[in-house]
Design a protein around this ligand. Structure first.
Ligand SMILES: C[S@@+](CC[C@H](N)C(=O)[O-])C[C@H]1O[C@@H](n2cnc3c(N)ncnc32)[C@H](O)[C@@H]1O
Length: 298
């Protein structure tokens, strides 16, 4: 066994094994307590029931118990991203027609969420901050009494204006995906749609956005939204895992090192020439205003 670059990467006969840190979440604060302190006074027993349902979900690997309405949903506001990360399916749909969920449709969706007492909402899958009305949508989430509200972002648009808007909202979790410690690796993993901005110190800008957000949040005496930075472990970036943890663990609330999920389904379509019409069908489907509804927990 040969150790390479970094003690956590083991290379055996040219096969790169995943670092021991993959799948781990390192938290400097008790995130569950912060959430409890913030949400229990507002929602009481309903919050406790939500956390219980989430815990049950984690313990029920076969997901035998199905609720009548999902506890947690992923909602996609736009079908595009300003990045095309190597491991992400987004690159397979960015060249299709741009679509955005409009406020009229969203009002109907949130009405349903309120009626069904949705516990948690995840704004994700593309780049939520590209939706110009996202502050209004967060307001809708608050009015729909959704307790736990997540926003996943690549951090490119987390400027001062957006940071202030987010801090005025009822968002409970801000998840920023970074995946690198050096500009070189960042450029290999988080590829911009606008190729002209490769090699322009983009990582530095994103790191500053996150640090400034933390300073602003902390200066307001707030512990919410909880901030997590994440890193999907790939062959290209694994050697930076330890440094990533060291860099962020004292700045944000949690650092998460994640395992890559397969997107072969999309790759196969991309490669195929024989099933061109099928590929177009799938692309059209992906380009539509999809409200992704995944049952995240029971
Ligand atoms: C698809 S992105 C969308 C939200 C936002 N644009 C962002 O970059 O965080 C949501 C999360 O999925 C992660 N992700 C993308 N492709 C993945 C893959 N193949 N396996 C595991 N996680 C992946 C991203 O790193 C990010 O944390």
């Amino acid at each position: 066994m040969k150790l390479e670059n970094n003690s956590t990467i083991k290379k055996v006969k040219n096969k790169v094994l995943l670092s021991d840190s993959v799948g781990k979440k390192i938290s400097t604060v008790d995130t569950e307590k912060v959430l409890y302190d913030h949400l229990y006074p507002k929602f009481g027993q309903r919050f406790l029931d939500y956390r219980k349902k989430y815990e049950n979900y984690l313990n029920d690997s076969n997901h035998k118990v199905q609720p009548s309405f999902p506890v947690s949903l992923i909602l996609e506001l736009v079908n595009r991203c300003n990045l095309e990360c190597v491991m992400c399916f987004q690159g397979y749909r960015n060249d299709t027609k741009k679509n955005t969920l409009n406020l009229e449709i969203l009002k109907k969706i949130f009405k349903e969420f309120k009626k069904e007492k949705l516990d948690a909402l995840l704004l994700s899958t593309s780049e939520t901050l590209l939706h110009k009305d996202y502050p209004e949508i967060l307001k809708m989430a608050e009015e729909a009494e959704i307790m736990d509200q997540f926003l996943f972002t690549n951090g490119t648009l987390l400027n001062e204006k957006n940071s202030n808007l987010i801090l005025k909202s009822s968002l409970t979790r801000l998840f920023i995906s970074i995946d690198a410690v050096t500009n070189e690796t960042y450029d290999k993993v988080r590829i911009p749609v606008n190729k002209k901005i490769i090699n322009t110190n983009r990582l530095n800008q994103i790191e500053n956005n996150v640090k400034n957000f933390m300073k602003l949040r902390n200066s307001l005496g707030k512990k919410i939204p909880l901030v997590r930075v994440s890193f999907v472990a790939l062959d290209t970036n694994q050697h930076e895992i330890d440094d990533f943890i060291k860099k962020w663990e004292k700045i944000v609330d949690s650092v998460e090192i994640q395992k890559e999920s397969s997107i072969d389904f999309y790759k196969d379509f991309e490669k195929s020439v024989d099933i061109k019409s099928e590929k177009i069908r799938v692309k059209n489907h992906l380009s539509s205003n999809i409200v992704l509804i995944f049952i995240f927990c029971t």
